[in-house]
Design a protein around this ligand. Structure first.
Ligand SMILES: [Zn+2]
Length: 187
C-alpha cells in the first residue's frame, strides 16, 4: 500500500537524521573541547554538556585555583558557589603531556565532577557514573574524555611519582569573569 510504504519511508528517514544529529553533536563537542581556551573555555563546555545531557544547570559558580595535595583534583565547598581546582596538578599534566587537548580533557573531567556535586549529587559513585554518562553522550564512547571518566583522570600522568614532588604553595586565585554575561546584550 502506498500509505504504509510512505510511512515506513518516513520512519527510516527520521531514524537516519537522529543518528546524524547525534553524530554532529559529538563532532562539535570534540572540536570545542580540543580548541577551548583556558579554564573559562572548558567551563563553558562543562556547563553546556551537563545541561544537554542531564538537563541540569546552576548559575553563578566561582572557580578558584589553589595548590593542593596532588591526589586531589579539586573540591567543592558545600553550601557555597565555589569550586577550587588544583593548579599544581594541572601544571603537572601540562608539563607531562605537553598537549592542550589533554590538559583540556583533564580539566573538563575534574570540573564536571565538582559541578555535579555542586548541582546536588552528593554520592561519589553517582557523580562518577554521571560524568561517564555525560562524557559518552557528548564526546562518544571512544573519546579520551570518556576513557578518563571510566578509569581516572590521573591516568594521564600514570608513572609520575607524585609523592616525590613538592609543589610551591602560592596564593589562591580567582578566575575572573568565569561566566561572562552575554556581550551582545550590552549596548
Ligand atoms: Zn567527588
Amino acid at each position: 500500500m502506498f500509505a504504509a510504504e510512505f510511512q515506513g519511508d518516513n520512519l527510516v528517514k527520521a531514524k537516519e537524521s537522529l543518528t546524524e544529529k547525534d553524530f554532529s553533536k559529538i563532532e562539535s563537542y570534540r572540536l570545542r573541547i580540543d580548541e577551548a581556551e583556558g579554564f573559562r573555555g572548558v567551563w563553558e563546555i562543562v556547563k553546556d554538556t551537563v545541561k544537554v545531557s542531564l538537563g541540569e544547570h546552576r548559575l553563578g559558580m566561582l572557580l578558584f585555583l589553589d595548590d593542593l595535595p596532588l591526589h586531589l583534583g579539586a573540591y567543592h565547598q558545600l553550601g557555597t558557589n565555589n569550586i577550587v581546582l588544583n593548579r599544581s596538578l594541572v601544571n603537572i599534566v601540562e608539563a607531562v603531556t605537553k598537549s592542550k587537548k589533554l590538559v583540556n580533557a583533564f580539566v573538563y573531567s575534574i570540573l564536571t565532577h565538582e559541578y555535579l556535586h555542586a548541582l546536588g549529587h552528593v554520592s561519589e559513585a553517582e557523580v562518577r557514573s554521571l560524568v561517564y554518562d555525560v562524557s559518552r553522550e557528548c564526546f562518544g564512547e571512544d573519546h579520551i574524555l570518556t576513557m578518563l571518566a571510566e578509569k581516572t583522570p590521573w591516568m594521564l600522568i600514570k608513572g609520575i611519582p607524585l609523592n616525590d614532588i613538592t609543589v610551591p604553595k602560592q596564593a589562591m586565585e580567582l578566575i575572573k569573569d568565569l561566566e561572562k554575561p552575554n556581550q551582545r546584550y550590552i549596548v
